[in-house]
Design a protein around this ligand. Structure first.
Ligand SMILES: [Zn+2]
Length: 249
């Protein structure tokens, strides 16, 4: 999975974290935290710890931010286009952000992500959140839930209830894998689901209606997009690796 783009972005993330917020990073490093965990626990824009900096928001790429910081960034970019940063250029308004609910467990002075259902900590699993309710939980938990539901379901879109708050959601397009270090299979998964949400359902990441594009051949294009996406989704996307293989071949 050696994705060059991903590696570069990861390096930049870590470097900026080191340069600007060395206090939190070095403290966490001293406590034995891995780079991956530190990135997960930090705002993707400011590098500040997410813990006790509520509200926290997430984007469709699986990056988490301190809401205040990312809103300030969006505002700054509206006033001065030169401030737009490549990795955040998809963030233009609140419609591109979803408030998320993280469960924390403080161990040895470090606040860790904890899955409210499986109780796994952030060194044991990848995390995901649901676009519908914003609950953050173990990605493995949702993968297993999907597998168990799929047995009795023939359709592509599987309805389920959030294991944390019980609100209804739909696999896969409500599922965002939190991806602090740009893993390419997670990136593909999140992009695919967002494309479906945007092009087929005409919804923003925060599930608000999008304004329709004024295009001459809109009908034809939209149908084509839709067919293409539905065809793509027919192939099982349980496993991010499969998505990656498919795209590469
Ligand atoms: Zn929920």
């Amino acid at each position: 999975m050696g994705n060059d783009g991903g590696t570069i972005a990861k390096r930049q993330d870590i470097l900026s974290l080191h340069n600007s917020k060395s206090t939190f990073t070095s403290f966490a490093e001293d406590k034995g935290e891995s780079k991956e965990q530190i990135l997960l626990q930090s705002c993707a824009l400011s590098g500040l710890p997410l813990y006790k900096n509520n509200p926290i928001v997430g984007d469709f790429k699986g990056k988490l931010y301190i809401k205040e910081k990312i809103l300030q960034y969006i505002l700054d970019c509206k006033l001065d286009k030169l401030k737009i940063q490549l990795q955040f250029q998809h963030l233009k308004s609140l419609k591109d952000l979803r408030t998320v609910k993280i469960t924390w467990d403080v161990i040895n002075d470090i606040a860790h992500f904890q899955c409210p259902v499986t109780k796994e900590l952030d060194n044991k699993t990848s995390y995901s959140y649901l676009r519908s309710c914003g609950c953050v939980m173990s990605y493995r938990l949702l993968k297993e839930l999907k597998k168990s539901l799929k047995a009795g379901d023939t359709g592509d879109q599987i309805e389920a209830n959030c294991p944390v708050c019980n609100q209804e959601f739909t696999f896969d397009y409500d599922l965002v894998i939190i991806n602090p270090s740009n893993k390419s299979d997670y990136s593909e998964f999140n992009e695919e689901n967002y494309k479906y949400l945007k092009n087929v359902l005409h919804l923003s990441h925060a599930k608000e209606p999008l304004k329709k594009k004024r295009k001459k051949s809109e009908g034809d294009d939209a149908d084509e997009d839709k067919d293409d996406l539905i065809r793509k989704r027919k192939i099982d996307i349980d496993d991010g690796l499969e998505v990656e293989k498919r795209i590469r071949t």
